[in-house]
Design a protein around this ligand. Structure first.
Ligand code: HEC
Length: 126
């Protein structure tokens, strides 16, 4: 009777141990694989609008490589109008488009759109 009880105690501690190791393995997996992937995708916060790959690939063709406007009726992004536009409104224009401005909510992540908003703001403060 006593022997059985201690046996089942050993059994239950060893299952608990297994559970802990597998939880540790899952945690390690996330640390090693999931996090570096997330970091490498994020836009470095110190990059400027015109060096941001999202801007170069998606926006420069209309707003110009230097963001000062170019073709397809793309206005300069460095203007009194843009600097007077709130972050929310800029995010809304980029996400949902506006007249001839295409929408980007399906093409860019919300993090990428947020970086663009911050960088547009930054370029207007100079
Ligand atoms: C096909 C050309 C085109 C592309 C590509 C484009 N835009 Fe535009 N964008 C426009 C036009 C045209 C307007 C003016 C909309 C209007 O009629 O008010 C505009 C307006 C804007 C405005 C508001 C400016 C203002 O003066 O009100 C912002 C901010 C903006 N675009 C950001 C972006 C960003 C960021 C990207 C890339 C993710 C981008 N645009 C890509 C054509 C484009």
């Amino acid at each position: 009777m006593l022997l059985n009880a201690s046996k089942s105690l050993v059994n239950s501690t060893s299952t608990r141990f297994d559970l802990k190791t597998s939880q540790l393995a899952i945690a390690l997996y996330f640390l090693l694989f999931a996090f570096p992937a997330a970091f490498s995708q994020a836009t470095p916060s110190d990059s400027t609008l015109t060096s941001n790959p999202a801007f170069i690939n998606h926006c420069a063709k209309c707003h110009g490589k230097n963001a000062e406007g170019r073709r397809f009726r793309g206005p300069s992004l460095i203007s009194g109008k843009v600097s007077a536009t709130s972050d929310d409104e800029l995010r809304n224009i980029i996400s949902n488009g506006k007249v001839h401005m295409p929408k980007y909510k399906n093409k860019l992540t919300s993090d990428e759109i947020d970086s663009l908003v911050q960088q547009i703001k930054a370029v207007n403060k100079k």
